[in-house]
Design a protein around this ligand. Structure first.
Ligand code: ADP
Ligand code: MG
Length: 241
């Protein structure tokens, strides 16, 4: 099987800082992959390079056999790369429906906007909140709305950057079920701090530290990896198991 996404020597400097440092990465189609690592490890910068929000200092990105390194972000969206940003990025004054409709239009799909929007709202459990103003929705619902906006793009690769941050335990349980369902027809790249969520969802885990990949493997391998424990996991390993 050919990978859906590969990066080759992918790097991004900010001044003298190597935020992403020569990363070789590979993601198979259909996988749910978690990226973990301490704050400042370069996780957000890495996925920002993949979706085209920022450009690399060096290296290449290949998606579905095609070199997309120099492709603008809006064209990557049309190829099926959707990114929900770490910081809530909904338009507060618009309704939930209109937020998803805007996302849907970016994908320039041939389907009816209404059907596409309602399907995305339905999958995230927000269908009966379609008319609510996004900014007035509960925080957890706004995060789900972001996922709905991602789904409206009909992504082949859905990138979620700390989606469970600020969610209650009940909301997190719902979110885990949602990502599992999404994972049935999309590849998912999930940056996540909550180790319970990571262990529940990820088939493989990539650990980043200081711009580099420190380790990669199945959840059990990562849990047992001494270097990972020292660099990052600490006491949470026990808590997550
Ligand atoms: N736009 C930027 N300008 C300057 N430094 C940045 C910028 N974005 C990220 N960085 C720095 O790059 C490093 C990696 O950041 P980031 O990718 O956000 O890490 P993570 O998502 O793993 O917490 C950090 O040291 C951060 O301060
Ligand atoms: Mg980040």
């Amino acid at each position: 099987m050919t990978p859906l996404l590969t990066t080759h020597g992918l790097s991004r400097d900010f001044g003298g800082l190597k935020a992403v440092d020569s990363v070789d990465f590979s993601l198979m189609p259909g996988e749910i992959r978690a990226i973990i690592g301490p704050n400042g490890a370069g996780k957000t910068t890495f996925v920002s390079l993949v979706c085209g929000r920022i450009l690399p200092s060096a290296g290449r990105i290949v998606f579905d056999g095609r070199d997309i390194t120099d492709m603008p972000a809006h064209k990557r969206v049309r190829l099926g790369i959707a990114y929900t940003f770490q910081i809530t990025s909904v338009f507060a004054r618009l309704s939930a429906y209109d937020n998803v409709a805007l996302a849907f239009q970016r994908a320039q799909s041939g389907r009816s906007v209404h059907d596409g929007v309602m399907e995305a709202l339905d999958r995230t459990g927000l269908a009966d909140r379609a008319k609510e103003t996004a900014g007035a929705m509960a925080y957890g619902h706004q995060r789900l709305l972001e996922v709905a906006m991602g789904l409206a793009l009909k992504p082949r690769l859905l990138i979620l950057d700390e989606p469970t941050q600020g969610l209650s335990d009940g909301e997190i349980a719902g979110f885990i079920a949602l990502v599992r369902e999404i994972g049935r027809d999309a590849t998912v790249l999930l940056i996540e701090h909550n180790m319970h969520v990571v262990m529940e969802l990820a088939q493989r885990i990539t650990v980043m530290e200081a711009g580099r990949i420190l380790a990669e493997g199945a959840p059990q391998e990562i849990r047992d990896n001494v270097a990972v424990q020292e660099a990052y996991l600490g006491g949470t390993v026990e808590a997550a198991s």
